[in-house]
Design a protein around this ligand. Structure first.
Ligand code: 2PG
Ligand code: MG
Length: 418
């Protein structure tokens, strides 16, 4: 039995060059857990609050010294001496201490950094890999396996430097293969896309998640280039590999209108759904995340009714890993899948709970990174622990993205020897 003995925290940088938190938890038996937390760019309005200093003299106001201070001065005293293996009690204590529905007092970034570090330390203390340790906190209904990776190979919206509206163009290998094979397949398509872009004299500079970010005439052009990249290496679109999209449509929605480059005038929800339907018929859209804006419930219901038989309709900003939002989405039959991002809700135990709730309701689960990441690979373990169907860790490049893909390689070999 190991108790929480010390917690330290510091301000470090994430992959966007913006401050984030690193926390270190030390247990009475010497086990150590170190975590660092990610940060979104297209942040949904129902997410837990990421506490920033707003001191314009430091990092344009984005410093996290207040949150760091909250860890050492408030969270540590509250959970010091608690049994680390009881991660539910530790997380609950931090939630109560914060006392707000969206963790705005102490900051979801502060709370999550401690929550993850405690979970990692407890796993170490139990001499278990984190994925096996966390699995004990689930109903263990899904078999232990590596989720199917979805690779974000073209970055638009707020993630890109180009001019396309859709935020993420994903390629998703058919799930019949092993994870290592899927990783190679995704990487091959990424490399092939680079060549296709070069051939077309388009930029191969990348966006926040490592996907290419060229200037294109339309979103449809992006899909066409990916199709060419797939075919150029003799893969069959819709058979060996599929395309998915995260348009992050909040970012091109305004007062009932969706504005995209492909159309001269703004689209109603129905017109955008018709556009997605057309894209599906041409490009086999296996997966569509945040196809509609976070408050456009009627649009979501219509989208689900129209496309859910062929395309997985996934809620990210819509649900924000929040059980109340998930409940509403279920009541309204708005989604077939959910994105789970621990930093949208703020603790490990609540992230497990929302994934379990989704699974009970028959939804598919996609565990996702954020556009501002660190090299912390915790979410790879988390995804395996909750039996996620998919993971979304960006393009197979850049240290903060490949740390997760590589961690899954390690888990894959550990599973083979279980
Ligand atoms: C998303 C995420 C991650 P961000 O919308 O799914 O890809 O983006 O972290 O910027 O919210
Ligand atoms: Mg998203």
């Amino acid at each position: 039995m190991a108790k929480i003995k010390n917690i330290s925290a510091r301000e470090i940088l994430n992959s966007k060059g913006e401050p984030t938190i690193e926390a270190t938890v030390i247990l009475s038996d010497g086990a150590i857990g170190i975590s660092s937390v990610p940060s979104g760019t297209s942040i949904g309005k129902y997410e837990a609050l990421e506490l920033r200093d707003n001191d314009e003299k430091r990092y344009n106001g984005l410093g996290v010294l207040t949150a760091v201070n909250n860890i050492t001065k408030q969270l540590f005293p509250a959970i010091s001496g608690m049994e680390a293996s009881n991660i539910s009690a530790v997380d609950k204590k931090m939630i109560e201490l914060d006392g707000t529905p969206n963790k705005q007092r102490l900051g979801a970034n502060a709370i999550l950094a401690v929550s993850i570090a405690v979970a990692k330390a407890a796993a170490k203390s139990a001499v278990l890999p984190t994925f096996l340790y966390l699995r004990e906190f689930t109903k263990k209904e899904a078999s232990l396996r590596i989720p199917t990776p979805s690779f974000n190979i073209l970055n638009g919206g707020k993630h890109g430097d180009g001019n396309i509206d859709f935020q993420e163009f994903l390629v998703i290998p058919a799930s019949s293969k092993t994870y290592s094979e899927d990783l190679m397949l995704g990487t091959n398509v990424y490399t092939s896309l680079k060549k296709v872009l070069q051939t077309n004299n388009l930029s191969t500079l990348t966006g926040l998640e490592g996907g290419f970010s060229p200037k294109l005439g339309s979103n449809q052009d992006g899909l066409l280039l990916i199709k060419q990249a797939i075919e150029a290496i003799n893969l069959r679109l819709g058979f060996d590999i599929f395309i998915g999209l995260d348009p992050a449509s909040n970012d091109f929605y305004n007062e009932g209108n969706y504005r995209i480059k492909d159309k001269a005038t703004g689209l109603t929800s129905r017109e955008l759904i018709d556009f997605y339907t057309m894209l599906n018929s041409q490009y086999h859209l296996l997966y569509l995340e945040d196809g509609m804006a976070e408050d456009d419930w009627n649009g979501w219901q219509e989208l689900y009714t129209t496309l859910s038989k062929v395309t997985l309709i996934v809620g990210d900003d819509l649900i924000s890993s929040n059980p109340f939002r998930l409940q509403e989405a279920l009541q309204k039959s708005a989604v077939g899948g959910i994105i789970v991002k621990p930093n949208q809700i703020g603790t490990v135990i609540e992230s497990i709970a929302v994934a379990e709730m989704a699974k009970q309701a028959g939804l598919k689960i996609a565990v996702s990174h954020r556009s501002g990441e660190t090299t912390d690979d915790f979410i790879a373990d988390f995804a395996v622990a909750v039996g996620a169907d998919y993971v979304k860790f960006g393009a197979p490049v850049r240290g903060e993205r490949v740390s997760k893909y590589n961690r899954l390689l390690s888990i894959e070999s550990q599973l083979a020897s279980l």
